[in-house]
Design a protein around this ligand. Structure first.
Ligand code: HEC
Ligand code: HEC
Length: 208
């Protein structure tokens, strides 16, 4: 195991311990399906949003969805649209049910883009760029961006997500507009990326 992988493993164990409450109370996807109507207008009935600025939630980890909505509620993450919507999720139980429903849907999937840009993005995703200190995304986000492991909700599913949203959010991390990533793990990567890297890796990811 590489030193980097060991650090990631250690960090995620520490986070799992400190965010222990996140892994409690599994939601009920059947009840969640009804409650998710509050989110469907933007995120799609099954979590596959049509508009590219609304992230897909289908097949995302339930605990990741819960964390993000709570972060919006508690102003650790902000967005002109979603910050106002977070309260619509209702009680903690309602939110757990909604999250369980979206998580139970097919993992998000995009349409493959065959471009030189996507090919560059793939190299960055799989290998990073050691000369410039960019860690390879695959270490944390897993094969094809579908998550590191079934039981680790801290590294979200990003493969198959909308390109417009990916570009926006990577720039938010880079410019410290989004700062809710545990231990600043994601900002540490984004800050080393230039706009061309962000565009390329997002083009690749959105096609997975
Ligand atoms: C009016 C549109 C709208 C509605 C309704 C809405 N959202 Fe969102 N949501 C957004 C937007 C826009 C973002 C992206 C925010 C950003 O760019 O940071 C978002 C982001 C999110 C994220 C973060 C996803 C990620 O990959 O990080 C979650 C989770 C989420 N919404 C859950 C919900 C839930 C649950 C509901 C229903 C209770 C809901 N949203 C209702 C517009 C909406
Ligand atoms: C050291 C581990 C690590 C590496 C390496 C890493 N990420 Fe992340 N990434 C994270 C974590 C942790 C989060 C979740 C932040 C949170 O909880 O809000 C995240 C979140 C994201 C998100 C936001 C997902 C969403 O919808 O909310 C995107 C997009 C992303 N990463 C892309 C990348 C790309 C592209 C790379 C490679 C250039 C990369 N990441 C490398 C740990 C990592």
């Amino acid at each position: 195991m590489s030193v980097f992988k060991q650090i990631v493993l250690l960090l995620s164990t520490m986070i799992l311990l400190s965010y222990g409450s996140l892994t409690q109370a599994a939601g009920d996807p059947v009840k969640g399906k009804v409650k998710a109507a509050a989110c469907a207008g933007c995120h799609g009935k099954d979590g596959n949003s049509l508009a590219p600025n609304f992230p897909k939630l289908s097949g995302q980890y339930a605990d990741y969805i819960v964390k993000q909505v709570n972060d919006f509620l508690h102003k650790k993450r902000s967005d002109p649209i979603m910050s106002g919507m977070a309260a619509m999720a209702g009680s903690a139980k309602d939110l757990a049910d909604i999250a369980a429903f979206f998580a139970s849907q097919k993992k998000m999937k995009g349409t493959q883009v065959k471009s030189a840009k996507a090919a560059r993005g793939k190299i960055l995703y799989l290998k990073g760029n050691s000369a410039r200190g960019i860690y390879a995304c695959v270490h944390c986000h897993g094969k094809n961006g579908k998550g590191a492991s079934k039981t680790n909700p801290f590294f979200p599913v990003i493969g198959g997500q909308h390109k417009v949203y990916l570009v926006k959010i990577l720039k938010d991390f880079k410019l410290k507009k989004r700062t809710n990533d545990p231990a600043g793990m994601m900002a540490a990567v984004a800050i080393k990326m230039n706009n061309a890297d962000i565009d390329a890796v997002s083009e690749y990811l959105s096609g997975l």
